[in-house]
Design a protein around this ligand. Structure first.
Ligand code: FAD
Ligand code: NAP
Length: 533
């Protein structure tokens, strides 16, 4: 029988892994975290591209578990920048003495379950194997870079960068011709800044994106004082919101279709001026009714027509898909950047990128030359980092095989055949459709309290069943099918990665989900089989 070296192994030291350490210790259990990066922070350690920042407001995108922490930390902007969020993560780690349980610069390459001892053997790229009772994948939903396999990519003579693996020393684009592929959130944030520096910027766009002004700025101190005075209530109210944030957002309670045109436009205009995700909350059916959605989408297209001076470029920048079914972007000067003389937009929707060459790339038979290439091409989201680890469960079954047709989980926390393994913000949980720190806290608290319960009551293992996960996946899809979410080729569906099964992965609706998790725990872990030691 293998004897465990440790109670819990956690993979990843982003916000999820950090909080796992704190809560596992509180349960009186031992924990060890492996992190591939040289330091903690996860997303905010890796994504250092120009303009990287949060688009959930700072006072909400932060931990709520410790009141002294939330009172003492001071954000400087409405939406925190990447360096400030990374500083915050480091502050949390120091404040709660978390670093001593993290092994940095170490990637977990495999995790194999041993049925006899109900333990996981977790092996790193350094060749170390640790035996643990529990395995927690806190590997992040957006942590596995997606770089499309363009023919000739290796021949490009200049430097190439992916937004999610940005050099720590930064990149100076002064005097350079830059080619940038992608127009998602990372691209939208970086394009205006790269354009200011570069001699010329060519943006390769496959799908035009809806973006709304962020209206970022210095944080309103009286607002912060008010939030801090009522932080517990503020957090509780946010947890009751569908996305776990925005309790102070004014939410329209009627359909956009029923409002008189003048009133509707005035409301859209008011929200456009105020900036932020509240733009989508003026009426209550944008993601339920295509007619209502069209009205909002057309408003944004009108804005693009007004902002972008060259009609042909404006036309190319106008998205046609449902607004909101790919993640809405918040920007600072994105559309206006295309008025600059040193910026060119190239459509690659009808003529895909044929190949990368030594001096640029070719699309539709036309060569475009540049000195530096930036991939803002996103991530193999939600499953990428989990499946990069060779995870084998009961009977040696590979997780990659179990998920061949798409991820199957119960509550987004657990998969049948893989006992004592949990995922933080796994596929099938609200995760990326929420303020992720809210989801992370809810998952970490559920997982650690479950592990604590098993340890106190003498259970060796916990595992969900095929039936429960089948029902859960059907439930996740049924909810998505009520909405317009499945209508576009988003990464929520895995559509951005060639060959990835098309399955809607996140669950809509944080409060109902959190309540369900609570009920499951209170009913002796309904949907799980607990095996005594
Ligand atoms: P991560 O922060 O991704 O951390 C996972 C860690 O696991 C990484 O450090 C990675 O190196 C490590 N890891 C992975 N595999 C292995 C392995 N095999 N071995 C060892 N280590 C491994 N969310 C919001 O709610 N609001 C926002 O405004 C927002 N903005 C974002 C902006 C960007 C640019 C990106 C990419 C994401 C954004 N997100 C946002 C989502 C963000 O990922 C989450 O908010 C949150 O930071 C996730 O924390 P995490 O700990 O779950 O994962
Ligand atoms: P993304 O939204 O997936 O965008 C990737 C872009 O690359 C898309 O425009 C995509 O086009 C394009 N692309 C991919 N493969 C391509 C190919 N073969 N040819 C041409 N174009 C290709 O990735 P991201 O911008 O990194 O953002 C990912 C997520 O991270 C966001 O949705 C958000 O959740 C989070 N994020 C948040 C912020 C923030 O503001 N807080 C900032 C960055 C990231 P298609 O659309 O056609 O696939």
């Amino acid at each position: 029988m293998k004897r465990p070296d440790i109670d819990v192994v956690v993979v990843g030291a982003g916000f999820a892994g950090l909080y796992m350490i704190h809560r596992t210790r509180a349960e009186g259990l031992s924990v060890r975290v492996f992190e591939a990066g040289d330091d903690l922070g996860g997303t905010w350690y890796w994504n250092r591209y120009p303009g990287a920042r949060c688009d959930v407001e700072s006072v909400e995108y932060s931990y709520s578990f410790d009141d002294a922490l939330q009172q003492e930390w001071n954000w400087t902007e409405r939406y925190a920048s990447q360096p400030e969020i990374l500083d915050y993560a480091r502050h949390v780690a120091d404040r709660f003495d978390l670093r001593r349980d993290i092994t940095f610069s170490t990637r977990v390459v495999s995790a194999h379950f041993d049925e006899e001892s109900s333990t996981w053997g977790v092996t790193t790229d350094g060749g170390e194997t640790v035996v643990s009772r529990f395995l927690v994948m806190a590997t992040g939903c957006l942590s596995s870079a997606n770089i499309p396999a363009f023919p000739g990519a290796e021949t490009f003579a200049g430097p190439t960068y992916h937004t999610g693996k940005w050099p720590h020393e930064g990149v100076d684009f002064t005097g350079k011709r830059v080619g940038l592929i992608g127009t998602g959130s990372s691209a939208i944030q970086s394009i205006p800044i790269v354009a200011e520096q570069a001699e010329h910027l060519t943006v390769f766009q496959r799908t035009a994106t809806y973006s709304v002004p962020a209206r970022n700025g210095t944080i309103d101190t009286s607002y912060v004082e008010d939030v801090k005075a009522h932080y517990a209530d503020f957090r509780a109210a946010n947890r009751l919101e569908q996305g776990g944030f925005g309790s102070r957002i004014e939410r329209g309670e009627t359909s956009a279709l029923t409002a008189p045109e003048e009133e509707r436009r005035a409301e859209f205009e008011r929200r456009w001026e105020a900036g932020g995700f509240a733009f989508m909350a003026s009426f209550n059916d944008f993601l339920l009714d295509k007619g209502s959605n069209d009205l909002l989408a057309e408003f944004v297209r009108d804005k693009i027509r007004t902002i972008v001076k060259d009609p042909a470029t404006a036309e190319l920048l106008m998205p046609t898909q449902v607004i909101g079914c790919k993640r809405l972007c918040l920007d600072t000067g994105y559309y206006d950047t295309f008025n600059r003389e040193n910026v060119t937009l190239v459509d690659v929707s009808t003529t895909p990128i044929d190949r990368i060459t030594e001096t640029g790339l070719v699309t539709g038979g036309v060569a475009h030359e540049f000195d530096v290439l930036v991939y803002a091409t996103g991530f193999d989201a939600m499953t990428g980092s989990i499946l990069k680890v060779d995870i084998r469960g009961r009977g040696g079954q590979r997780l990659a095989d179990a998920w061949e047709a798409g991820p199957v989980t119960y509550l987004g926390l657990s998969t049948a055949g893989f006992p004592n393994m949990f995922m933080v913000s796994g596929p099938g949980s609200p995760s990326v459709l929420t303020n992720m720190i809210v989801s992370i806290e809810q998952h970490v608290e559920w997982i650690t309290s479950c592990i604590g319960h098993l340890s106190r009551t003498g259970f060796a293992s916990i595992e969900t069943t095929d039936d429960h996960q089948r029902e859960w996946v059907a439930h996740v899809n049924m909810i998505a099918d009520f909405t317009l979410f499945p209508r576009c080729n988003s990464w929520y569906l895995g559509a951005n990665v060639e060959g990835k099964p098309r399955v809607f992965m996140p669950l809509l609706g944080f409060p109902a989900y959190a309540e369900r998790c609570q009920q499951v725990a209170e009913t002796d872990y309904e949907g799980f089989v607990l095996t005594p030691a």
